[in-house]
Ligand binder design. Structure first.
Ligand code: ADP
Length: 255
């Protein structure tokens, strides 16, 4: 098997005295699409926030493309990473949040070119071309000069997706990206993610409560319970032939 793109090795995370992740071992292959499902509070968001360097693991190792994320190798030993190292490795990772976090004072186009220009050093013309292409792909080619407040929630979330994709990360993280949307706009956002997933190159980790979407988009579904991976496998196996009682009763809620 080729080297995993993302690898969690015995990762633990506590907040104060409460251990919320209890030894996560998980790999994601290049281009693989992984859905994280599980009850609220089981640790799904914490798993992806650690990859985005928004939370630091209490112990364990997370590798991205073969390089430790939270550690740096010095003379063959792993020492805590500095901000520069974190920034470098994080360059491989993009994230879309539940709340879109667009810059309110910038047009849609500006929202999508600012990081490529300022972080990656992409020339302005090229950044604009990339951004226009992506915004057209998510169905917003006619909104380049609009401001976020002029768009619906679903449109804003599509901008947030375009803004993350133009950075060309190796892995994209989606954290319940439809849970703050009006029900009628959920579908358009899920369709956009499915289209991007079909192109294949980027790995994706998706935290979602949309089981039909998880089935359509994921190569593998991971069921998390109480801070541990309780069961994982291809969508059909996980959703149609769950082994554990806990996964069975979790899935009942969606029937
Ligand atoms: P999920 O995404 O599965 O709902 P989370 O990863 O958000 O679960 O949360 C796992 C547990 O960690 C929950 O009990 C939550 O209250 C707790 N938690 C998450 N973030 C923090 C934080 N910053 N401080 C304290 N507790 C937290």
């Amino acid at each position: 098997m080729s080297q995993p793109l993302v690898e969690y090795k015995d990762v633990h995370k506590s907040f104060d005295d409460v251990e919320v992740l209890k030894g996560i071992n998980l790999t994601v292959a290049p281009g693989e699409k992984l859905s994280l499902i599980g009850p609220s509070g089981s640790g799904k968001t914490t798993i992806i926030r650690m990859l985005m360097t928004l939370e630091k693991p209490t112990s364990g190792i997370i590798n991205v493309d073969g390089t430790p994320l939270w550690h740096k190798e010095v003379n063959g030993e792993l020492v805590p990473a500095d901000e520069k190292h974190l920034r470098q490795v994080r360059g491989n990772i993009g994230m879309v949040f539940q709340h879109f976090n667009l810059f309110p004072h910038m047009t849609i186009l500006k929202n999508c070119i600012s990081a490529p220009i300022n972080v990656l050093g992409v020339p302005k013309e090229e950044a604009e071309q990339r951004a226009k292409e992506m915004l057209t792909k998510v169905g917003l080619g006619d909104k380049l000069d609009s401001y976020p407040a002029q768009l619906s929630g679903g449109q804003q979330q599509r901008v947030a997706i375009a803004r993350a994709v133009v950075m060309r990360p190796k892995v994209m993280l989606f954290d319940e990206v439809t849970s703050a949307l009006d029900p009628e706009t959920v579908g358009e956002v899920l369709e956009v993610i499915k289209d991007i997933a079909k192109e294949g190159e980027m790995a994706m980790i998706l935290v979602t409560h949309e089981m039909d979407f998880a089935r359509d988009v994921a190569d593998r579904i991971v069921f998390l319970e109480g801070g541990k991976i309780a069961e994982q496998g291809p969508p059909q196996q996980i959703l149609e032939n769950p082994e554990s009682d806990r996964l069975q009763s979790f899935l009942e809620r969606f029937r």
